[in-house]
Design a protein around this ligand. Structure first.
Ligand SMILES: [Zn+2]
Length: 132
């Protein structure tokens, strides 16, 4: 089952959500303040090499087949696949990141760029809880 990370702008926290049906995600609320303005975080996929243990727990490992962390293009392909499977439009930033990955840019550099936006100052929920 896919795990997505969402950030709550009110709490400045990042929570992990277990999404049973990525094609039809329910309305997610912040576990802390109940706010519904959660923003999806894609950075865990840009940092896929540090999230391997988490990804291994995913129900469908074939989803990540073909992912080569040394080849940014495979990461871009995965991000596009993820967007189409969840039915979510990629925003301009994501499109730019994908385009840059496909051009062979260093994912870590792009990660820093993405983190430099409004996700700055967020801290991760450290309880290890998977919310639904
Ligand atoms: Zn909140």
């Amino acid at each position: 089952m896919p795990i997505f990370e969402y950030a709550c702008p009110a709490c400045r926290k990042i929570f992990s959500f277990l999404v049973r049906n990525p094609a039809k995600p329910g309305k997610l609320c912040c576990p802390q303040c109940g706010g519904s303005r959660l923003k999806k975080i894609y950075s865990s996929f840009a940092m896929v090499h540090s999230e391997e243990s988490r990804l291994e727990k995913m129900a469908d490992p074939s989803f990540f087949s073909g992912l080569d962390e040394k080849n940014p293009r495979t990461l871009a392909r995965l991000m596009r696949k993820m967007a189409s499977e969840t039915g979510e439009e990629m925003d301009d930033e994501m499109r730019e990141v994908c385009a840059r990955l496909e051009a062979g840019e260093d994912p870590e550099k792009l990660e820093a760029m993405m983190g430099g936006g409004d996700s700055g100052g967020y801290s991760r929920d450290t309880s290890g809880t998977l919310y639904e």
